[in-house]
Design a protein around this ligand. Structure first.
Ligand SMILES: *Cc1c(COP(=O)(O)O)cnc(C)c1O
Length: 360
């Protein structure tokens, strides 16, 4: 499908002075650019229509809009990176577009054609190009879709709003990634077989917040969830996948199914394989993790996702005891993969899998 975006630049964009001030220390997710993309869907009107790039503004949403009651909502997250030559890269936007379609399918929402998703993202990057920070910063893009039909009956909505907003972000970790401490939750689970664990939907995040709060109460940065059936196997963090690194040089990561199929996860598997390393997608229990950390068989563990790329895990806490990994420090495998991935994203090294899409 091809759809033409009507481009209406903001009448009152942020002044250069204010933009520069905002870009000095943007943090994560609090500063936004001047524009957004919007595409609407109405079953009765024959599908997707009214594609626009326009000034970022509030939505008009009826109080009976379906998303407000039954949480039919999905999202994506990807970044635009400024190259040294001034051009701009996207990293695997086709993979985000595909996952967005899969998410829509599971949530019984209208499926946005992948080329429209990519076009919307690229249009926002083009019109808000001046908002992309240099250095280790990037422009975080947040495509999302909400059910907008005005109806309190429980059924898939017949109307949707798809939008892309953009937020300049600094380096996630100033001065290199600090190892994170994680809390293994034995009270709460994230996903069950047949549920929505593999879907990037807001509802999963709403359900994870109590567990995340519990992690913070126990002095940890993040929660790691165990499987919902046996309560033994590591699944993932609230918003990041996990990897384990062993003394024989191999890696393992939990298998797909109830976890979110991360694009960073997939990219790390590919890069590790390129380097001749074995990567197993297999179940790994908290007990085994503790034993392997104690015996020295396990060398490193790290979390991964678009926002932070790779975060080494330095400490694990749970009701059944605490243990350190890699002496609480960042390990060489995590740091090496992190550098390689970031160098590909910023166009500083070759891109053997054709992951980069140049916008400029
Ligand atoms: C988005 C997300 C990830 C990471 O996915 P990437 O594509 O690597 O950014 C991992 N887990 C959850 C629950 C997520 O929502």
């Amino acid at each position: 499908m091809s759809i033409k975006f009507d481009i209406q630049p903001a009448a009152n964009p942020t002044s250069e002075k204010d933009r520069v001030a905002k870009l000095a220390d943007p943090g994560f997710g609090r500063v936004f650019t001047d524009h957004m993309a919007i595409v609407r869907y109405n079953q009765a009107k024959g599908g997707w229509y009214d594609a626009r790039i326009e000034a970022r503004a509030n939505f008009q949403l009826d109080p009976a809009g379906a998303v407000l009651h039954y949480a039919q909502e999905i999202f994506e997250g990807l970044k635009a990176y400024k190259r040294d030559d001034g051009g701009v890269n996207l990293f695997r936007p086709d993979a985000n577009a595909r996952r967005f379609k899969d998410s829509a399918d599971r949530m019984a929402m209208a499926q946005l054609p992948e080329d429209v998703f990519i076009e919307a993202v690229e249009q926002v990057v083009r019109i808000d190009r001046d908002w992309i920070p240099g250095g280790e910063g990037s422009l975080y893009l947040r495509p999302f879709m909400i059910a907008s039909e005005i109806f309190l009956g429980v059924k898939p909505s017949s109307e949707y709003i798809f939008a892309v907003i953009a937020s300049p972000v600094g380096s996630y970790f100033k001065g290199g990634p600090a190892p994170v401490s994680i809390w293994a939750s034995e009270n709460y689970t994230r996903a069950a077989v047949g549920g929505t664990g593999a879907v990037k939907c807001g509802g999963n995040y709403a359900a994870s917040l109590r567990a995340q709060a519990e992690a913070i109460q126990h002095g940890c940065d993040q929660v790691v969830f165990l499987d919902a059936v046996e309560r033994r196997y590591i699944e993932e963090l609230g918003g990041m996948n996990v990897f384990f690194v062993f003394e024989d040089g191999s890696l393992s990561t939990p298998p797909l199914g109830t976890i979110l199929p991360g694009i960073t996860r997939d990219s790390i598997i590919a890069l590790a394989n390129d380097a001749g390393k074995t990567v197993r997608e297999e179940l790994y229990s908290l007990d085994q993790w503790r034993k392997d950390a104690a015996s020295g068989k396990l060398k490193e563990a790290f979390a991964c996702g678009t926002a932070a790329v790779i975060s080494p895990i330095g400490k694990v806490r749970s009701v059944s005891g605490d243990f350190d990994i890699c002496g609480g420090a960042a390990g060489p495998v995590a740091m090496g993969l992190r550098k390689q991935l970031i160098d590909i994203q910023y166009g500083r090294t070759n891109d053997p899998h054709n992951w980069i899409k140049k916008v400029f």
